[in-house]
Design a protein around this ligand. Structure first.
Ligand code: R7I
Ligand code: MG
Ligand code: MG
Ligand code: MG
Length: 342
């Protein structure tokens, strides 16, 4: 196992931030984004403009980053995952948040119920009632889970356990819980891998976890196992997979199994050396983030999860300074990375 690396901690937090901020520029389109469009944006990124009293960032973060940072700061202040405190941090931050955070459609309902009893009730109660008692299967718990992997780095069982707990505050559908656990495990695996760890080793490891998580499910509802298997096939194929194949086999939507698997796939494809030629001049982490956005769909969320995994694997060095400086919240992200590392 790898020693804890400061660069990997910064990489995960900053990769997630940059993925959210750049991805958010394309979230509303819902369609694939040309590499040329993405490169046109990243070539012009620069520091915030300040006019004395107010500051204007080129790129603003969304709910993905806002909630991830709240989760990380809560664990740091309490010294552990504390469900009631996390619920309160999520809720109060939501009620104070700017419109540009673009929270999911139904999750505000959870925050309203949590706040109604001043966060003193069951922190998992309101989420369990969403969607007629099914719970949300949205990607909103996987998108923000990476701080759990950094905080509980030494104990993978705790990473899995608290990833699930953090999900259940807003997302209690089994596919959302498993998506959060697998995303946390993907970040944890990346953090503990050296640079000679190949894509198939990472994918094998995550497949074993997915088999365990889904062992009690009927064969045709083992959605993560199925999608991880499709990833092997698509990465081993001679060609770079087409958009149609990815839409068909993985998806890019708001469901946790779609966005989380699209993010992991983006990382693994670049790690396997199958870079699209248009991106091959960039560092691997930049390739992962832009490739993730190019898929379209829930671009901020796919890119933030892909950025967290890739940053945990490659470290912060490959993220260009101008990308970081263009993002609102970059100083807070550095503080969070340092505090989680310490
Ligand atoms: O998952 P969530 O926090 O939303 C996250 C997304 C990310 O893209 C963010 O960047 C942000 O833009 O939003 O929020 P939820 O409201 O729990 O889920 C999002 C949407 O998924 C819901 O509004 C529903 O449309 C859909 N959804 C479901 N639909 C039917 N049945 C989630 N779960 C269900 C379900 O069980
Ligand atoms: Mg968002
Ligand atoms: Mg959305
Ligand atoms: Mg999104």
């Amino acid at each position: 196992a790898q020693m804890r690396s400061r660069s990997k901690y910064y990489g995960a937090v900053l990769g997630a931030l940059v993925g959210d901020c750049i991805g958010a520029q394309f979230e509303s389109g819902w369609c694939p984004v040309a590499f040329s469009t993405l490169l046109k944006l990243t070539d012009t990124l620069k520091e915030k403009v300040s006019d004395g009293s107010s500051e204007k960032w080129m790129l603003y973060y969304t709910d993905d980053t806002e909630m991830a940072h709240e989760l990380g700061k809560s664990m740091l202040s309490k010294g552990a995952f504390d469900a009631k405190n996390v619920a309160e941090c999520f809720g109060e931050t939501y009620f104070a948040s700017k419109p540009c955070r673009w929270y999911g459609g139904s999750v505000p309902n959870v925050f309203k119920q949590l706040q109604a009893v001043r966060y003193k009730g069951d922190p998992y109660g309101p989420a369990a009632k969403q969607f007629n008692g099914q719970g949300s299967y949205g990607n909103g718990s996987a998108m923000r889970v990476f701080p759990v992997s950094l905080f509980y780095f030494e104990d993978v069982d705790k990473v899995m356990h608290f990833a699930a707990c953090s999900s259940k505050i807003t997302h209690s559908h089994i596919n959302a819980i498993n998506g959060a656990i697998l995303q946390a495990l993907a970040v944890h695996t990346a953090l503990s891998s050296s640079r000679d760890t190949t894509w198939d080793i990472v994918l094998n490891k995550l497949t074993k976890y997915a088999e365990k998580l889904e062992e009690s499910k009927s064969i045709d509802s083992r959605v993560y196992c199925q999608k991880l298997n499709e990833m092997y096939r698509m990465i081993l194929a001679k060609h770079i997979p087409t958009q149609n194949e990815i839409d068909d086999k993985i998806g890019t939507g708001i469901r946790s199994d779609e966005a989380m698997c699209a993010a992991l796939f983006s990382f693994l494809l670049i790690l396997a050396g199958k870079s699209p030629p248009e991106l091959s001049h960039l560092s691997p982490i930049c390739q992962v983030i832009l490739y993730a956005i190019s898929l379209g769909g829930d671009t901020d969320t796919i890119a933030t999860m892909a950025g967290a995994i890739a940053g945990a694997y490659y470290g912060e060095e490959g993220i260009p300074k101008n990308w970081i400086q263009a993002c609102e919240g970059n100083e807070e992200a550095c503080n969070l990375a340092l505090n989680l590392f310490n």
